[in-house]
Design a protein around this ligand. Structure first.
Ligand code: AVI
Length: 318
């Protein structure tokens, strides 16, 4: 089905997987739509903005850790590794690592080919002597990496606490898939956000400027834009909740009044107070993180944190 893209007036195809996830997510109780659908163009821009917010400590804290540990990481991993990044790479974190360890090659893996190619181009221009091999794939499953790097030992890189957006079961599966993809002798450098007081965690996901609210609400706008939706946006509000039992911040879109709407010509009704669960962001204490890594088949060998213990970066070996 052709759909109008509000952002630039061009026409694009509605993703059938988006339609299927939204329809199934609105049918189920409790209602839930996977967080990966946040990241259309507008959502990605809003996420970039989130990473600069005063309340959102993870990005700047992890960047500060990575800026400090380069020599130590280099000494621990040895020479000649190929860096395999799970995700397209960030314009700040990836160069920090590449500068520090001077790898033999860099392979960013992402399911979104356009984004992957654009960010790889920028990186290749910045590191003209580095072999950059963008690889379009779903890294949640074991992969056969490009043959060019077959003989190099690998360093997997998974910053940003993105692992926190998965349930522990999914995170364990992903760690195992990474181990299988990276092969013998691999190491993994991974960022995880730590458990802390709810009065720090909740504002990080419900900032005063309302950027995270806009990021969450954009999902409803995307449904209306791409799936013939009639969701009354003003009948929902953004909510961030700390779920202590599951050690995670949850984001919800909570109905402020009873509402009815259509998506893809299917009718839905939601009662005031009911919510659509849109994201989990799990937080890991020091021991929890090591247990998770071991459950995923990795042995932790080093860890670094910031002076306030907000965020941690782990190095593990296969
Ligand atoms: C991408 N991910 C690690 C972010 C997080 O902190 O869970 C996504 C995010 N959601 C709201 N703010 C940031």
């Amino acid at each position: 089905m052709l759909k109008q893209d509000d952002a630039d007036g061009t026409r694009s195809f509605a993703d059938p997987a988006f339609r299927a996830d939204v329809l199934a997510g609105l049918e189920r109780r409790p209602r839930a739509i996977p967080a990966r659908w946040f990241y259309d163009r507008r959502g990605s821009e809003l996420f970039e903005h989130i990473t600069d917010l005063p309340e959102y400590y993870p990005t700047r804290t992890e960047v500060a850790i990575l800026s400090r540990i380069g020599d130590d990481v280099r000494a621990r991993i040895g020479e000649g590794r190929a860096v395999v990044e799970f995700g397209s790479g960030s314009s700040t974190k990836t160069p920090l690592l590449l500068e520090a360890i001077a790898p033999s090659a860099y392979v960013p893996i992402d399911i979104s080919g356009d984004f992957l190619r654009a960010s790889s181009k920028v990186l290749a221009a910045r590191f003209p002597n580095l072999l950059v091999l963008p690889f379009e794939a779903d890294f949640m499953r074991p992969l056969t990496l490009p043959r060019t790097i077959a003989d190099a030992p690998k360093l997997g890189f998974f910053p940003g606490s993105t692992i926190g957006n998965m349930t522990p079961a999914m995170a364990t599966d992903l760690l195992r898939a990474m181990k299988a993809s990276l092969g013998e002798g691999a190491m993994l450098l991974i960022g995880m956000d730590r458990i802390k007081d709810a009065d720090v965690l909740v504002p990080a996901y419900d900032d005063a400027a309302g950027v995270t609210a806009a990021f969450n609400m954009n999902l409803l706008e995307r449904i209306n834009r791409e799936l013939d939706g009639t969701v009354p946006i003003d009948a929902f509000r953004h909510e961030a909740r700390w779920n202590d039992d599951r050690a995670r911040v949850e984001m919800h879109l909570t109905a402020t009044r009873d509402a009815t709407f259509d998506v893809d010509k299917r009718p839905f009704a939601i009662a005031a107070g009911e919510s659509i669960h849109t994201e989990n962001s799990h937080k890991y204490g020091a021991r929890d993180a090591r247990i998770l890594l071991r459950a995923g088949g990795w042995t932790p060998v080093a860890e670094w944190t910031d002076p306030d213990g907000l965020f941690a970066v782990y190095l593990a070996e296969a």
